[in-house]
Design a protein around this ligand. Structure first.
Ligand SMILES: NC(=O)c1ccc[n+]([C@@H]2O[C@H](COP(=O)([O-])OP(=O)(O)OC[C@H]3O[C@@H](n4cnc5c(N)ncnc54)[C@H](O)[C@@H]3O)[C@@H](O)[C@H]2O)c1
Length: 251
C-alpha cells in the first residue's frame, strides 16, 4: 500500500488500533498513538520503534477536548503535519449496562455518546484543519455491525455507532473536494487481547456461528481494511461504511 512518509494519529491504540498502528508503521508511516491507558499507548509505540518504525504514545481521553488537541498537536510538532486519522476508541465497559431503551440508565447513554460519538467529533475537529494544511488526508472511524443489524440490547452503543456514520458522511461531503476522505469500518466479532480475557467461550462460539467464515476476526483483519482506506490505494473510496466481519452481515 502506498503511504510511506505520511503521518497518522491513532485514537485508541488497543486491539484494532494497535494492529493498525503496527501495519502503518511497517509501511513507513510515522504514528502518534493516544489512549486512555497511556502506558499501553507507549508500549505499542515502543514495540514499533524497536522494529525500526517511527511512533510515540501518550495518554489521551477522546472525551476530553484538550487531550485530543494535545495528541494531534504533538504529532504535528514531532512529525511536521498530519495525513491520516484512525478513530478507534470506544468505552467498552459501559456497554455491559446498556440494557434497553426503556430501562437503560440515562447516565449510560450520556457516557456512551460522550466517548463513542462526541469523542469522534473531537478527533475530527482537531485533525481536519491540519489535513487541509497538507492539501488533504484520510479518516477512518470504527463502527460496528450493531449500528445497522438491529439488536434487542445495547441501544446506546448502536445509536452512537450509527451517529458515527452520519459524521463520516458529513466529513466526506463537506471536505471531499478539498482532498479529505472519510470512511467507516464496521467490524464483526474480533478476538482482541481484551476479548480473549473477558468473553465467555459460549459467546465466542455464538459469534463464530453468526459468520460465514471458518473463524472469528483478528485485529489484523480490520487493520488491513483501515490501512487500505487510509492509503493512496483507497483514494477513490469515500463516504462508505465497509463491513469486515467474515460475512456475518450482508448488505
Ligand atoms: N472487538 C470487536 O469484536 C469489535 C466489534 C465491533 C466493533 N468494535 C469496535 O472497534 C473499536 C476498537 O475496539 P477493540 O476491540 O480494538 O477494543 P480494545 O479494548 O482492544 O481497544 C479499545 C481501546 O480504546 C481505548 N479507550 C477506551 N476509552 C477511551 C477513551 N475515552 N479515550 C481514548 N482511548 C480509549 C482502550 O483503552 C483500548 O486501548 C471500538 O470502537 C469498538 O466499538 C470492536
Amino acid at each position: 500500500m502506498t503511504f510511506s512518509g505520511k503521518v497518522a494519529v491513532i485514537a485508541g491504540g488497543g486491539g484494532i488500533g494497535g494492529a493498525t498502528a503496527r501495519r502503518l508503521a511497517a509501511g513507513g508511516v510515522a504514528v502518534a498513538i493516544g489512549d486512555l491507558d497511556g502506558g499501553s499507548a507507549e508500549a505499542v509505540a515502543g514495540a514499533i520503534v524497536a522494529q525500526g518504525g517511527q511512533a510515540f504514545g501518550q495518554a489521551c481521553d477522546i472525551g476530553n477536548e484538550a487531550d485530543v488537541n494535545g495528541l494531534v498537536e504533538a504529532a504535528v510538532v514531532r512529525y511536521g503535519g498530519l495525513d491520516m486519522l484512525h478513530v478507534n476508541a470506544a468505552d467498552l465497559q459501559v456497554i455491559f449496562r446498556d440494557s434497553n431503551a426503556v430501562d437503560v440508565d440515562l447516565a449510560v447513554f450520556d457516557r456512551t455518546l460522550a466517548i463513542n460519538l462526541r469523542g469522534h467529533l473531537l478527533c475530527t475537529r482537531a485533525a481536519i484543519p491540519r489535513m487541509l494544511a497538507r492539501g488533504g488526508g484520510a479518516i477512518v472511524y470504527t463502527s460496528s455491525s450493531a449500528a445497522f443489524i438491529g439488536e434487542a440490547e445495547r441501544p446506546c452503543y448502536a445509536m452512537a455507532k450509527a451517529g458515527i456514520h452520519a459524521l463520516m458522511r458529513h466529513v466526506a461531503s463537506r471536505w471531499g473536494k478539498a482532498g479529505i476522505r472519510a470512511n467507516v469500518v464496521a467490524p464483526g466479532f474480533v478476538l482482541t487481547e481484551n476479548n480473549l480475557k473477558t468473553m465467555p467461550e459460549e459467546f465466542k462460539a455464538l459469534a463464530l456461528g453468526k459468520t460465514r467464515s471458518t473463524r472469528t476476526g483478528k485485529p489484523e483483519d480490520i487493520a488491513a481494511m483501515v490501512c487500505l482506506l487510509l492509503a493512496d490505494d483507497g483514494e477513490w473510496i469515500n463516504g462508505q461504511v465497509i463491513s469486515v466481519d467474515g460475512g456475518a452481515t450482508m448488505r
